[in-house]
Ligand binder design. Structure first.
Ligand code: MG
Length: 252
């Protein structure tokens, strides 16, 4: 099932994408799905970020080739950091490049959407708390990441967490092609099989620290090939079995 959040005629709701139409559901996707009977062409609605997370938990350096291009190894334990909920935007929304940064990078990533309140989840039961998967761009002010020593500012600007276009609920995340294109040119091209700390171990590790809530999002790290975006660029993150997350870059 492909679950999207959308606005149509001034109303915001969740729906299930079926081909080129969207079927409205009664409440939210964290309860059993019931259809209202409302249906609209996808082209007639505005897709919103598929969830409004209380927090986005991101993983640094979780592909060996990316850790190497950053000048290091994959950490023995997952390296976690937070992106604020206010950084989340939808596919099609602008990424606003702030005047304070000389270098704003794309990072295409597989995002995991959590289905229910959970903590201390054992690895064997981790998949029970997953609603599905979407595409993410962990936009980063690279110069500020290096200058600050920690990453809250560099990763936390408004619009620095595009998510979408929807949540795919029936997907095995273990070996999917993940690509990032800038103005149509292929920049990142890898497979999720190269993720070092896998989704179940990430969920176990994160929930041994903090409670996750329905709609919370885990960004699983980016493969090699990161690079800068300029105002006027269009960046696309595509994951096999999910779809394409596309965003223009504008000046803030
Ligand atoms: Mg990242």
């Amino acid at each position: 099932m492909r679950i999207a959040r959308f606005s149509h005629d001034g109303d915001v709701s969740f729906g299930v994408v079926e081909g080129d139409t969207i079927a409205q559901i009664t409440a939210h996707p964290f309860a059993p799905v019931e259809f209202t009977g409302g249906r609209a062409p996808l082209s007639a609605v505005k897709l919103l970020a598929p969830v409004l997370p209380s927090k986005v938990v991101a993983i640094g350096k979780n592909y060996a080739e990316h850790a190497a291009e950053m000048g290091g190894d994959v950490p023995e334990r997952p390296l976690i950091f937070l992106k604020p909920s206010t950084a989340v935007v939808a596919s099609g929304d602008d990424i606003a490049s702030p005047p304070s940064s000389e270098r704003v990078d794309y990072e295409g990533e597989l995002a995991v959407v959590i289905s229910r309140l959970c903590r201390d989840v054992p690895e064997e039961r981790a998949m029970d708390v997953v609603l599905g998967y979407t595409c993410a761009n962990d936009v980063t002010a690279r110069d500020q990441q290096k200058a600050d020593g920690q990453w809250s500012r560099a990763k936390g600007y408004d619009t620095f967490c595009p998510l979408g276009p929807w949540i795919e609920t029936e997907l095995d995340p273990s070996d999917l092609r993940i690509t990032t294109r800038l103005n149509g040119e292929l920049k990142q091209d890898s497979r999720t099989s190269k993720i070092v700390h896998k989704v179940p171990s990430l969920i176990a590790y994160i929930t041994s620290c903090m409670t996750l809530l329905p709609g919370d999002v885990i960004l699983t790290g980016t493969p090699e090939g990161i690079g800068p975006m300029q105002v006027g660029d269009e960046v696309e993150v595509e994951i096999e079995g999910i779809g394409v997350l596309s965003n223009p870059v504008v000046a803030r």
